[in-house]
Ligand binder design. Sequence first.
Ligand SMILES: [Zn+2]
Length: 362
Amino acid sequence: MDDSGAEHDGGWVLVEDGLVAAVGGAEAPACDEQVELGGALVTPGLVNTHHHLCQTLTRARAQQADLFTWLRELYPVWAGIDAEAEYAAARTGLAELMLGGCTTVFDHHYVFPRGRSGLIEAEIQAAQELGARLVASRGSMDLGQSDGGLPPDELVEEIDDVLADTERLAGMVDGDMVGLAVAPCSPFSVTKELMRESAALARRLGLQLHTHLAETVEEEDYCRELFGCTPVEYLADLGWTAADVWCAHCVHLSDADVATFARTGVGVAHCPTSNLRLGAGVAPVRANGRARRRRLGIQRAERPLLRREAGVAGGARPRRAGGDDGARGAPDRHARRGRGTRARRHRLARAGEAGGRRGLAD
Ligand SMILES: [Zn+2]
């Protein structure tokens, strides 16, 4: 299908420098290499807006649990993570996502056991080996159980250590293929001070901000009890209601919360599979529609728009919440970006009669 909505049976896609340069259905243009994709569906790459690659290794744990129960069971397990495990988890998780058509992955990593290093480096290495575009994050937790938080004290860090390591990792941003976001974990595992300092650092470095928000009823109760307000009001008080912020889940939002996000440009990563697994509720996706289309933190002018959330990139077509991008609507031009191939190449994917089912589109 081209920009005018015309459909081409047995068509071709011309890829140039890793980007879709043209599509058509008549005579194929001259090219350097032609790949037959008979019977395959060629689509723009899907964009994952919230994931925890390290959790690939612990999926089978805590099957019958709500969020807080699930976290309490898994914190001690995650405390054992090291660079080797992170690398294995990232390779597996990224491969799964790529096989489902996902080409850009945001990974929210917030577990940094003391004395372990190289975790973010390991996932960047895995992404580079597989050819995935990765927006990594320097997540954080500094509110342990003894201070009223949920994570065990041995898994929380000092604010200065978090900020210094975040600034160090910002040096690993690599053009189109590796980005970094600043991502303190959640209201129940991070202090106000770290939330504010994280925002200041991100804005100084030109990075985007991310956190979990309004995921469960229990979180809302926690915020009301501890901060005397809702999670979104808490976010606003911290200076986080701004266009450089996107939040994961946002299941429990009032109309006023949605209006706040829409007015300030806060984005939302919709996470239905997680919400289903933990019984967290159903996010008001249509209402969020005004607020949730956001750009991801890759340092490039033409970054992909956030279209889908974690874990289930497989096959489904991204749709706008308001239903204005129906099943046969034109793909967004921002989602057509290629994999950043530097060498100039012309490549043609032809939907012919036979041939392999290798995907070519990004
Ligand atoms: Zn999450």
